[in-house]
Design a protein around this ligand. Structure first.
Ligand SMILES: [Zn+2]
Length: 93
């Protein structure tokens, strides 16, 4: 894989490390759910996104173009979810 960005791979998490946080937020198992990158159109499972801890939150990036798909910040009072990088998220019923 060619290095086209300056993201710090040493901060990369295993996708499963974020599964618990995602479950807490959405109330369903998310790692096998499909999503689509709004930047490059790559479709894949949430669990296949590249997960990083940067500052106070978790950042999930597209495994193809490395653009941010989801950003999650949790404070003592609330959870902030920035999903503008995703065309959609699928939550199983
Ligand atoms: Zn992408």
């Amino acid at each position: 894989m060619e290095e086209t960005t300056d993201i710090n791979r040493e901060l990369m998490l295993d996708a499963n490390a974020t599964a618990g946080v995602l479950y807490e937020i959405f109330g369903v198992e998310m790692t096998a759910s499909p999503t689509e990158c709004a930047h490059c159109g790559n479709e894949g499972e949430v669990g296949a996104l590249l997960a990083f801890v940067q500052g106070p939150g978790i950042v999930l990036r597209c495994s193809t173009c490395e653009n941010v798909v989801l950003r999650i910040v949790q404070t003592p009072e609330a959870t902030y979810l920035d999903a503008r990088g995703a065309v959609y998220l699928r939550l199983a019923r």
